[in-house]
Design a protein around this ligand. Structure first.
Ligand code: C5P
Length: 413
């Protein structure tokens, strides 16, 4: 059976020549069992008619009506831009022109399509289509990067001949490619719906005078990717993050903290109400014994003695909970690959975890600040799974699939 069956896809069409391919895309979506509603921008109507799309989708096409966003044909309280955003499992912007990308990026809501995107926390996938110079323009690239950082999916464009006679990137993906991407997106099919997941991410900063602190190179990317993946699968996600430069994934509740004590306090507040806890943060193991917060160490001193004391182990306190303990997953960033698994296994036992995920951060392209990772999942001394190198978001989905299986097995007992 198609995994698009009964999925609600809101298709937003903007004014690009490739709009003529959208009727074919909609026809294929419906054949796979998806429900489709369509919003068009004013310019899109010059490239494909609402009548064609109405016939193919089976519903009237939604358009701006002098800025009025109450649909008189629906029940009184149906507010198009709000309710459509709630209805959709996916908002698909196809074709997405440079203008639409720019408007979505800066949060404009000056037509029904952009207002709906702004008012929704559902997944948005953008399928760019434009002249190759427009695509390569630094402003367009900046907009695309910003959207990507926010968790919006960017699909394509393809490379090839353009309608204007130029060659290069800018061609819209073919309908069949778009269908495959949507299908991949729904492969996990809300299998974490209703599950409450708390994740710690990023580094902590432990101050030792008024302007200096101890910290590490953690970027938070792994924890944020897990938060995004869990949220995409329908989990109710709380992300407790140290100082990072990352956008919050859609539909994720984020709590920002600076140091390990604050992280601990925030975890304590919510942990009893969580089903799964994932400690991905690189919490400082030690902190300065004294905080000279009002002072600043003089820079002309020959020697400064800084005494460090052991920090509270946040995940250990979760792992050892007696009442309402969530399923608990830890991370271990190791440098020495030889003892990687046995070192991580010792941590798993000491912290009473259900699973520890170990990675070798000294490998090229692994660990802090990188886009990808590979992970050893250590369930016991005898059972170790390996997730080979992939983008952090894909590794996160693979990890969550395995966690979910074990979580369900343990909960059934
Ligand atoms: O002992 P180590 O720091 O390698 O352990 C890593 C795991 O423990 C991670 O899951 C990390 O988030 C967690 N941890 C913690 N509190 C600390 C130190 C580590 O929760 N103070």
């Amino acid at each position: 059976m198609s995994n698009l069956k009964n999925k609600n896809i809101l298709v937003g069409i903007s004014g690009g020549i490739a709009a003529y391919k959208v009727p074919d895309l909609v026809r294929r979506l419906r054949k796979k069992g998806a429900e489709v509603r369509i919003i068009m921008t004013e310019l899109a109507k010059s490239f494909v008619t609402p009548l064609v799309l109405q016939a193919i989708s089976g519903y009237p096409v939604l358009q701006n009506q002098n800025g009025i966003i109450i649909d008189r044909n629906q029940k009184e309280s149906f507010i198009q831009h709000i309710d459509l955003g709630k209805w959709a499992d996916l908002i698909l912007l196809v074709p997405a022109t440079a203008d639409l990308l720019a408007r979505i990026n800066i949060g404009m809501a000056n037509d029904l399509l952009t207002a709906t995107c702004l008012a929704s926390c559902k997944r948005i996938a953008v399928v760019p289509s434009m002249n190759t110079q427009m695509y390569q323009a630094s402003t367009t690239q900046k907009n695309i990067n910003e959207l990507r950082k926010r968790g919006i999916l960017i699909w394509g464009p393809n490379d090839g001949e353009q309608i204007c006679g130029e060659y290069g990137f800018g061609r819209m993906l073919e309908p069949i490619q778009i269908i495959n991407l949507i299908s991949n997106l729904f492969q996990y099919d809300q299998d974490m719906k209703g599950i409450r997941v708390a994740i710690t991410a990023g580094p902590t900063q432990e101050k030792f005078d008024s302007i200096r602190f101890l910290s590490n190179y953690s970027s938070g990317k792994m924890g944020f990717a897990i938060a995004q993946a869990a949220s995409e699968r329908g989990a109710k996600v709380t992300l407790i993050s140290g100082p990072v430069h990352l956008e919050t994934p859609p539909c994720v509740k984020r709590i920002d903290v600076i140091n390990s004590l604050e992280m601990y306090e925030e975890v304590k507040k919510i942990v009893e109400n969580q089903d799964i806890f994932i400690g991905c943060a690189a919490v400082s193991d030690y902190k300065p014994e004294r905080q000279y917060l009002e002072e600043k160490f003089k820079s002309n001193l020959k020697k400064i003695k800084l005494t460090l004391v052991k920090n509270i182990d946040i995940i250990r306190s979760v792992g050892k909970m007696i009442k309402n303990r969530p399923y608990t997953v830890g991370f271990a960033a190791e440098i020495n690959s030889e003892d990687l698994i046995s070192n991580a296994h010792v941590k798993k036992i000491n912290k009473n975890l259900d699973l520890i995920c170990a990675n070798n951060i000294s490998l090229k392209n692994h660990g802090f600040h990188t886009e990808g990772n590979s992970l050893y999942l250590i369930w016991s001394k005898e059972r170790v799974d390996f997730l080979p190198y992939d983008l952090k978001i894909r590794i996160s989905h693979q990890l969550l699939s395995k966690v979910l299986l074990d979580y369900e097995k343990k909960n059934r007992r």
